[in-house]
Design a protein around this ligand. Sequence first.
Ligand code: ADP
Ligand code: MG
Length: 240
Amino acid sequence: MIQIANVSKSYGSFDVLKDCSTTVNKGEVIVVCGPSGSGKSTLIKCVNGLEPFQSGQIIVNGTSVGDPKTNLSKLRAHVGMVFQHFELFPHMSITENLAIAQIKVLKRNRDEAVDKGLKLLDRVGLKAHAHKFPGQLSGGQQQRVAIARALAMDPICMLFDEPTSALDPEMINEVLDVMTELAQEGMTMMCVTHEMGFAKRVANRVIFMDHGRIVEDDSKDAFFANPRSERAQQFLAKIL
Ligand code: ADP
Ligand code: MG
């Protein structure tokens, strides 16, 4: 589903990604972790073309992201992305937030879009909140709406960039539960997260990044039992 081959990216003389390669198969859940500044967000953003890269190749479901001929808006329409800060439109109701991209990007008619949005809102346990505005919901609820909004676009895969790191502790699990369900239903997912409990329960593989490099790419059992690099060992010792 996602093939990343020898991807390097720099900002001027600063190498933010160095020769990164990995493959995410259909239905796999990959957790990406590593210290702050190691390039996790940049890698994830390269996958849906939000960041350009200078060398290497990324293929998502057969489409080459770096190819100038690729229609990136079309690709992005079907690659769900959920960020750390729930980027809901504050001046629109939850129903409207869920429907807008379906109408504008996928050209669905309003009734169909609203109907689909409400079904997904129900799935993340928030049906009763459809008429509210984002500011009236808790952070965890807003993040679940953001996930429902991404799902309304019928994504072929989902990218998460620290979706729970801005949340109060008691709200983290409600978001992880939604992500866990998605994973169990077979969604292909690439998740930047430091929630190692989630990684242990749900991930197929764990990628560990350090200074722009993928230094570990292993099955979760191998990663947690015996991380190869000293850097990953130190990292795990600190957060577990
Ligand atoms: P992570 O998500 O692992 O914390 P990022 O991918 O956000 O790391 O950033 C990796 C590195 O790239 C950091 O050192 C950051 O300062 C740098 N960086 C990110 N965006 C830019 C930019 N637009 N210009 C210059 N440097 C950047
Ligand atoms: Mg980041």
